[in-house]
Write a protein of this length. Structure first.
Length: 132
């Protein structure tokens, strides 16, 4: 699958960036920066405004790297190569769930895919359900 520039930016924006709050020049100002991408700076007078500005700034910085055919700086936990780069292999793993009680144990295996396509949405801790 060929990734468009917009899909690449969309994917990169959702990586686990290190966001650093900093004091603003005036009382009530918010400032956020991204440690891995120093050019990404968000400012605003509300939390919503500063977050929107930060991710707009991040998108512009990431686009600059992509337009220059350079890999942008990435968070440490990101596996390389990126999905649109040569050498990328889609991998499958198995997840094993073990449920043990005093009377029995049960093992369930299910294939998982640890790769996101540009259109997939992942769930977060709010969606996790404990085993019975």
């Amino acid at each position: 699958m060929q990734w468009s520039r917009e899909q690449q930016i969309f994917y990169l924006q959702r990586l686990p960036w290190t966001i650093i709050p900093e004091p603003g020049d005036d009382p009530g100002d918010f400032v956020l920066t991204i440690a891995e991408v120093p050019a990404a700076i968000g400012t605003g007078t509300s939390e919503k405004a500063v977050i929107a500005d930060l991710f707009e700034s991040l998108a512009s910085a990431l686009a600059s790297y992509l337009d220059a055919n350079e890999r942008p700086p990435l968070p440490r936990r990101v596996r390389l190569p990126l999905p649109w780069e040569a050498g990328y292999r889609k991998s499958s793993q198995r997840r094993v769930r073990i449920v043990m009680s005093a009377h029995s144990s049960e093992i369930e295996e299910e294939p998982i895919n640890d790769v996101l396509t540009p259109f997939e949405v992942t769930s977060g801790p709010q969606d996790w359900v404990p085993a019975n």
